[in-house]
Ligand binder design. Sequence first.
Ligand code: DLL
Length: 440
Amino acid sequence: MSEKKALIWNPEFETMPRPELQKLQFERLKKMVARVTATTPFYKNLYARAGVSVDDLQSLEDIAKLPFTYKQDLRDNYPFGMFSVPVNELRQVHATSGTTGKMTVTGYTVKDMDLWAETMARVYASGGATEHDIVHNAYGYGLFTGGLGFHVGAERIGATVIPVSGGLTRRQIEIMHDFGSTVLCCTPSYALVLAETAASMGVDLRKDTHLRIGFFGAEPWTERMRIDIEERMGLEAYDIYGLAEIIGPGVSVECPYHNGLHIAEDHFYAEIIDPETGEPLGYDQLGELVFTTLTKEGLPLIRYRTRDRTILRAETCACGRTMVRMEKVLGRTDDMLIIRGVNVFPSQVEHVLLEFEELEPQYVIYVDRGKAHLDTLEVWVEASQALYARGESAIADVTGRVKRAMQETLYVSTVVQIVEPGGVERSAGKARRVVDRREI
Ligand code: DLL
């Protein structure tokens, strides 16, 4: 391991002995619970109903006495009802998919922006990036937290950032080559698209660019994909995880040992629970990841159910960090799909379809990963008898409108196929709404 790879951005916290860390977490937890009870009606009511208060917290483990927070709670309090500061104290607002029509909104105060930059600086350092790097940031800028999160982190470490965002793939290759990008940030599936496009342009990314590190996340990916990306790009690939509700990217990241993703536990307290019973599980057990934000101001969340399935490992890592490691995300405990880095719930698709009286509520969603490595989303839905009788041009018109409505709600392009009444296969039991043909 070279010296550069051993970079730890904030050794005071990242290598803090665990007893000390747990003491810090407990102090922060009590403060946080007291704060949300005082500032957020949602938590005040939740804790009153459950008959719990900050006084019930005698140790960190007592966190299990507190009820969970769910994505649905954010939806019920859309857009700003769960915030613990007035909206004008927020400096940035971002959003991710909700389960139906409404987005899940998140926001950052000045202090939260500082925290985001800090956790993202840890990410960059973990992969060995420094102020000498040129960061090619191909995560989407906009409401998605990927673009801006990687941006503020690059600024914090003093690197040069190219805010190229997603899309226009050939131009990305040109920029990478001409501007001398050394660090690539994008989804793993887009990294493969970039590799393929480069090859088709006669560019050998290993020899013709200075790429050396890649931070890939926002969707699940396999070890096979890591090898593929590393071989084709000549860089070292790091897995990075996060979710908008907690901070965005920056919740956890791999170190050079690639043996799990270190969670920034001084800010995000992690638990693994049984998704069925809600009972806490120990380290080394597979379950659902639950986070409590320990320092966030704008949108603090206590025991937030991520729906991501993983395992926590607590042994100290050879890199020196004492923060627990989560294994690569092993799946979801709900039906959320991730299409080209964008979260999509089948219920959102249904919500859009139900708005069209020309359609029957019979549909199937097909997800595939084409040759070009990009995920495709296809929705097959039945026409009503009336629409079918009106003929091809009427069907084409509705298809166009459904496609636009899908794009507006899901933020991904969708192939829409309207089929004849009865054309979607009926199942004897539970309707099979999603057919996911991807490898993952
Ligand atoms: O995807 C934040 C992010 C941006 C992470 C850029 C990494 C890089 P959301 O849009 O809220 O936030 O989606 C969060 O995406 O609950 C996981 O299911 C999934 N996810 C995120 N990172 C990974 C990863 C961003 N490395 C949801 N591996 C999460 C597997 C991931 N799944």
